[in-house]
Design a protein around this ligand. Structure first.
Ligand SMILES: Cc1ncc(COP(=O)(O)O)c(C=O)c1O
Length: 305
């Protein structure tokens, strides 16, 4: 991860090395924070942030689950994000926004503490992605179950949910895989540790419903839109672990990782282990949309300049 110049904290742009929080921050002790990962792309007309308003909407919804008062409205936050990208002269970058309960009272109840907001712009490349986008990644079903919808607000992109993701991701890496796939307490496939999942069989695309506990991914939604445009049939349906092995293609979707083909699940090769034709079509179309090459989707782009 490369350093950036400035990080925005509660309304001020601070030098990267000075952007610090107190060690007794509530969010650090109890995971009482929510966050977003957004991407900006270089285009012929300068940097453009992809689906910024949808990310801001999801951040505010995540905050609602945790009774957070951000101290700014959506338009103000939107402007602050644009200002931070500008202040860093960034074009292709990853934007991380985190809102968390600060320090003052250390008890479990976070409400007496003020909410802090941080916007960081990073040149980040440690995503689940092979250098060669043709080669599928290796995945395994985690022995850690996905957080139950009765345990945590899984619609919220809550910091605490990611302890579950981190356990699964570490298990996958220590087992020689790139990424973990998660099953819920009903035995249905949910998503990967930090991406949604799509599968293809006989020309039909499948993805698990959000009610499984999956995050309502913005890339997932973009892919659903792409399938409509390309007249690819899509089923949103429950999928069991063993069904995973018999698909012709599988891929993951996420803002950071974009569209990543899966080559193996639990040592079983999916298709021929490389990117399949439908995944490639969706990956190409996604690349064009985010870089402003599809005029029908210009409303999803926020130009920085
Ligand atoms: C658990 C989880 N699922 C899915 C996604 C994909 O969401 P999005 O496409 O909005 O980045 C992410 C990434 O943020 C995630 O962390």
């Amino acid at each position: 991860m490369l350093e950036s110049k400035k990080i925005w904290i509660n309304g001020e742009l601070i030098d990267y090395d000075e952007a610090k929080v107190h060690v007794l921050t509530h969010g650090l002790h109890y995971g009482t924070g929510v966050f977003e990962g957004i991407r900006s792309y270089a285009t012929d007309d300068g940097a453009t942030i992809f689906r910024l308003d949808d990310h801001i909407k999801r951040l505010f919804n995540s905050g609602k689950a945790y009774f957070m008062h951000f101290g700014c409205n959506k338009d103000e936050l939107r402007q602050s994000i644009i200002d931070t990208v500008k202040a860093n002269n960034a074009d292709e970058c990853y934007i991380r926004i985190i809102a968390f309960y600060g320090y003052g009272k250390l008890g479990v109840n976070p409400l007496p503490n003020k909410v802090s907001i941080v916007i960081a712009v990073l040149n980040w490349s440690e995503h689940i992605k092979k250098e060669n986008r043709e080669e599928g990644i290796t995945t395994m079903v985690s022995s850690w179950m996905k957080l139950d919808v009765r345990t945590m607000p899984t619609h919220a992109k809550g910091v605490a949910n990611y302890a579950n993701s981190a356990l699964a991701r570490m298990e996958a890496i220590k087992s020689g895989c790139d990424e973990a796939l998660m099953i819920n307490s009903n035995g249905f496939v949910v998503e990967a540790s930090a991406e949604n999942i799509f599968l293809v069989k006989d020309g039909v695309l499948y993805t698990p419903p959000i009610s499984t506990g999956a995050l309502e991914g913005i890339t997932r939604d973009t892919v659903i839109e792409i399938t409509k445009q390309n007249k690819i049939p899509l089923w949103v349906d429950n999928i069991t672990r063993d069904e995973l092995y018999y698909f012709d293609e599988a891929f993951l979707t996420g803002t950071a990782s974009e569209i990543v083909p899966i080559g193996k699940i639990d040592h079983r090769i999916i298709g021929d282990g490389n990117i399949g034709p439908i995944t490639r079509k969706i990956q190409n179309h996604y690349g064009q949309i985010v870089r402003g090459k599809c005029k029908n989707y210009s409303s999803w782009l926020t130009f920085v300049k």
